[in-house]
Design a protein around this ligand. Structure first.
Ligand code: SF4
Ligand code: SF4
Length: 277
């Protein structure tokens, strides 16, 4: 059944016309990474302490939840290369991927829910549920009631980074998604030795390339200033290039391109150990 679910996701990414730039017909995303987490994984309860009590467990979203299906949609090389050349605003390709590509990601969520329901299972895409919301929490800062990144971490797709993203086997430039179901699937093992292993800064105290890529100083050795980042990504950038690109959401992604973790787990200087991705 796990293989069948992967096939459903892969085929939709490969064949959906929504995964295409309107002008060139090239895809927004390459073949996805897919992982499964047990809905009862204690991590989901831990997240209510780590992120905040507002973060919901799979069972709170879907009664009888058994599995969280997650995926990472890697941004194509051509789009990553276009963003590598930028220093101030994201490239047009990057912004279209953020806006239209995320619309496709939501279509994928709905497609998988419909497929599972058609096969007789309950299924919910947490980010499309009416109860999903973003909030500015006094302790956690800007957060949401369901974190696709944390779901993907629980499902073994990657580990966290200095710039608050998730570094997967295909790197950091991607969009994430998830669906909760009452179907029992074998969990994907989390093989990384710790939750920040794939980031060179945390693994061996080197790199920091993303710090220099941020045009507004939202990154430092102390981490990610979410408030400053958000003001830029949701305010300044759409104001500057959104109309020209014809999109409402532009993203930024400068700290996810022209960096060693852009499209892989960076090898670094020291051996990566058994958990190497
Ligand atoms: S650029 Fe370097 S320090 Fe920044 S997230 Fe990637 S590996 Fe970590
Ligand atoms: S997304 Fe842009 S503004 Fe936010 S930390 Fe990365 S480079 Fe800086």
């Amino acid at each position: 059944m796990e293989t069948m679910i992967r096939d459903v996701i892969n085929r939709f990414v490969r064949e959906s016309p929504d995964n295409r730039f309107p002008d060139s017909g090239e895809p927004y995303f390459d073949e996805p990474l897919v992982g499964f987490a047990a809905a009862g994984n204690p991590l989901f309860v831990d997240y209510q302490r780590i992120i905040g009590g507002f973060h919901r467990t799979p069972q709170e979203i879907l009664a009888g939840a058994q599995t969280v299906i997650t995926w990472a949609l890697p941004v194509t090389r051509a789009t990553r290369e276009s963003n590598r050349r930028e220093d101030r605003w994201p490239s047009r390709e990057w912004s279209l991927t953020r806006n239209n590509g995320e619309n496709f990601n939501s279509a994928l969520r709905r497609h998988l829910v419909a497929w599972l329901e058609g096969d007789g299972h309950k299924a919910v895409a947490p980010q499309l549920e009416p109860g999903w919301r973003q909030l500015d929490d006094p302790a956690a800062g800007i957060a949401s009631t369901w974190s696709e990144r944390h779901a993907a971490y629980a499902a073994g797709l990657g580990t966290f980074s200095l710039n608050d993203a998730l570094i997967t086997a295909r790197g950091i430039a991607h969009r994430l998604g998830s669906v909760i179901t009452d179907l029992v699937l074998s969990p994907t093992p989390r093989t990384a030795p710790d939750f920040r292993h794939n980031c060179l800064w945390f693994r061996e105290g080197t790199c920091g390339a993303c710090i220099g890529r941020c045009p507004v100083g939202a990154l430092s050795r102390q981490g990610h200033d979410k408030t400053r980042c958000r003001a830029y990504v949701y305010g300044a950038v759409p104001g500057a290039v959104g109309k020209r690109y014809g999109v409402a959401q532009t993203g930024c992604g400068l700290c996810q391109t022209r960096v060693p973790c852009e499209a892989m787990v960076p090898p670094g200087r020291k051996p990566m150990g058994n958990g190497a991705w």
